[in-house]
Write a protein that binds this ligand. Structure first.
Ligand code: NAD
Length: 449
């Protein structure tokens, strides 16, 4: 389709110089002025939706209907949300009765770095850029080298919206070259990263000695806990989505399905039937429920994980192979949605992220056992709980080790809520005030009365 530069340290330096220059004016613009430009970007993303959605699908392999329905509308929503949010952002004051009063200033940090992955390219790119800009920072942003096109198109939209030069610098290239040059740059004071735990670890090791502010949104191995007393039809429908949406390439997908023993066989039979009915094929075909895997490298990784699962004693209940659609996609990277059972909680398949259309089934007898299975990984991003017993749901939610818990739903997002993971799934939270606090420096001012 095209080529992008693998930008190096010198390119990053040029971007940082431009950002530093632009910061002088951007950091003192009023929230209203920033609102106007950012809201205009949101509107223009909507205007350009067809072009952006097609670019996202061509780049990533996800079905076009999904790009149109989810990815691009959410990118626009991200800008609109933080454009309006900054108009309502307030700071704290702490009174010491008749002795003194403290107030907190929240000032923009300066030049910040935003690095995002390939699975929800424009969606996650804008989720970082919008709050950073709204808070008055200038941004050096790097999309994934695997899916760079919508970020390039966004740059054009920002110009059209009147974002001043140097405020947002979109720079392309690989993680090891461009990404690390951003993380290491002494004048980039904060890094907001979404991607793999492996890259997050490397970034943390580079940024920590320089005392940079860090937000890390990393991998997941999320449990989907199903009790016998759930709303069955709703659970089945949503579990299909939480297992296989976006070819399973969503950090929030529930890849470990834990089912109460009394309904295990019933669930298994119905889930397999529904999974077999999913159409895998050309992402441009409205009937394709599943598109292509993002790249050859990732396709090979998922196929290796399926092999490992077999070696570990896993039984493939459906899927497990590549798919070769007819026509223009004949040589594409397609994988059948795959369901497995017979694997214990501590094997590689159930502890390491696969990030593809692959789920495992395990059964449990008690709440306690469900919790043990749910918490048996180093990850702690999201969990889903299905039950009509609200007390049980609340007990489980309090004890499950994850930053996000959905009860009787999945991926229902209110952009004001804290978003992020515990354990190896990350450090810090995005969303709402959390994001605006991350992208500002808090300064306490104390006045003696
Ligand atoms: P990745 O870590 O390979 O790459 C993510 C981004 O980081 C890319 O832009 C890449 O170029 C860059 N990068 C890689 N190594 C780097 C380094 N050493 N220094 C600086 N930058 C570097 O991840 P990916 O394969 O693009 O995305 C999939 C991963 O992202 C999965 O693990 C998934 O769970 C995770 N993810 C997490 C969330 C979340 O919110 N927690 C959301 C989406 C995806």
């Amino acid at each position: 389709m095209g080529q992008i530069p693998d930008s190096n340290e010198k390119d990053v330096n040029i971007a940082v110089e431009a950002a530093k220059k632009a910061f002088k004016n951007w950091s003192i613009t009023s929230p209203e002025e920033r609102f106007k430009v950012l809201n205009r970007i949101a509107e223009l993303i909507e205007v350009h939706l067809p072009e952006l959605a097609l670019a996202e699908t061509n780049d990533n392999g996800k079905p076009l209907w999904l790009s149109k329905k989810v990815d691009i509308p959410r990118a626009s929503a991200n800008f609109r949300f933080f454009a309006t949010g900054i108009m309502h952002f307030a700071t704290e004051s702490h009174s010491m009765e008749d002795k003194a009063v403290n107030y907190t200033l929240r000032q923009p940090i300066g030049v910040v770095g935003c690095i995002s992955p390939w699975n929800l390219p424009l969606y996650l790119f804008t989720w970082k850029i919008a709050p950073a800009l709204a808070a008055g920072n200038c941004v050096i942003a790097k999309p994934s080298e695997v899916t760079p096109v919508t970020a390039f198109l966004l740059a054009k939209i920002c110009r059209e919206a009147g974002l001043p030069d140097g405020v947002l610098n979109i720079i392309h290239g690989t993680g090891t070259n461009t990404g690390e040059a951003i993380v290491k740059h002494p004048d980039i004071k904060a890094i907001s990263f979404t991607g793999s735990t492996r890259a997050g670890e490397r970034i943390a090791s580079l940024a920590a000695p320089k005392f940079k502010k860090l937000s890390l949104e990393l991998g997941g191995k999320n449990p989907n806990i199903i009790f016998a007393d759930c709303d069955w039809e709703k659970m089945m429908k949503t579990t299909m989505q939480s297992s296989f949406s976006n070819q399973g390439e969503i950090c929030l997908c529930g890849s470990r399905i834990l089912i109460e023993e009394t309904v295990y066989e019933k669930f298994k039979a119905e889930f397999i039937e529904r999974t077999k009915a999913l159409t895998v094929g050309d992402p441009l075909d409205e009937n394709s429920k599943q598109g292509a895997i993002v790249s050859k490298v990732h396709f090979d990784k998922i196929m290796r994980c399926i092999d490992t699962a077999k070696q570990e004693g896993g039984k493939i209940l459906c899927g497990g192979s590549a798919v070769q659609p007819e026509g223009r996609c004949a040589n594409g990277y397609f994988i059948q949605p795959t369901v497995m059972e017979g694997l214990g909680p501590n094997c590689q398949t159930n502890t390491e992220e696969i990030f593809g259309p692959v789920v495992t089934l395990q059964s449990f007898k008690t709440e306690e056992e469900a919790l043990q299975l749910a918490n048996a990984t180093q990850y702690g991003l999201a969990a889903t709980i299905w039950t009509q017993d609200i007390s049980k749901a609340n007990r489980m939610a309090a004890k499950v080790e994850s930053g996000i818990v959905w009860i009787n739903c999945w991926l229902l997002r209110d952009l004001r809520t804290p978003f992020g993971g515990m354990k190896n799934s990350g450090v810090g939270r995005e969303g709402g005030w959390e994001a605006l606090r991350f992208f500002t420096e808090a300064k306490n001012v104390c006045i003696e009365l």
